[in-house]
Design a protein around this ligand. Structure first.
Ligand SMILES: Nc1nc2c(ncn2[C@@H]2O[C@H](COP(=O)(O)OP(=O)(O)OP(=O)(O)O)[C@@H](O)[C@H]2O)c(=O)[nH]1
Ligand SMILES: [Zn+2]
Length: 186
């Protein structure tokens, strides 16, 4: 991420909204924003394949006899909508997959969700990204992802529907047709 360029444009943005970027409280703001964006949009720097490799530590499931669905629920993430660059908050992700000979380290499932969320996203696209990465990292075609989230571009501006939240689901492989598996994600 080009922090110098971000700083230059944030200074221009402050001027454009009628602020004085040289005033005491704003002097360090362009640098702060550049650091913040580098942190919260870190996932922009990596492809799904790279994230799968980064967090793809697995264990052979023969040792632990795991061939039923593994479900992890209530993984919390933040993301930013690509239309308004507004915060998606109170987001929880439920992930399920059926192992094929190996299982992912549990923390890696949460790390994959976090990194995929650190991009300008649509909630539907985030679900697809997470499903694709889990599928590659765990080496299985059978993955389900359910996301629930609030969009500040809907709750704090525009229509200002403060109580609304959005649920999206992505199914790969057996999850597409097996209603019992789908229920496990609820
Ligand atoms: N499907 C989907 N839509 C999203 C997501 N995040 C934001 N949006 C929507 O993107 C749409 C952008 O609509 P536009 O009409 O181009 O933008 P706008 O004029 O700011 O629209 P309003 O939000 O209705 O004021 C809005 O309806 C948002 O609610 C998301 O994750 N998924
Ligand atoms: Zn939005």
């Amino acid at each position: 991420m080009d922090k110098e360029k971000i700083m230059f444009h944030i200074k221009g943005l402050l001027e454009a909204i009628g602020e004085d970027p040289e005033r005491e409280g704003l002097k360090e703001t362009p640098a702060r924003v550049a650091n913040m964006l580098a942190e919260v949009l870190e996932g922009t720097a990596y492809t799904n394949h790279e994230i799968a490799e980064m967090f793809g530590k697995t264990f052979t499931s023969e040792d632990i006899d795991a061939d039923e669905a593994i479900i992890m629920k209530d993984i919390t993430v933040f993301s930013y909508c690509e239309h308004h660059m507004a915060l998606m908050y109170d987001m929880t992700v439920n992930v399920g997959y059926i192992p094929r000979g190996k299982v992912l380290g549990l923390s890696k499932i949460a790390r994959i969700c976090e990194m995929a969320a650190k991009r300008l996203q649509l909630q539907e696209k985030l679900g697809r990204d997470i499903a694709e990465i889990i599928s590659e990292a765990a080496g299985t075609p059978d993955v389900g992802v359910k996301i629930s989230g609030c969009h500040s571009c809907m709750t704090a501006r525009g229509i200002k529907n403060a109580s609304s939240h959005t649920e999206t689901r992505t199914y790969l492989g057996t999850f597409k047709t097996d209603s019992d598996l789908k229920k496990l994600l609820d």
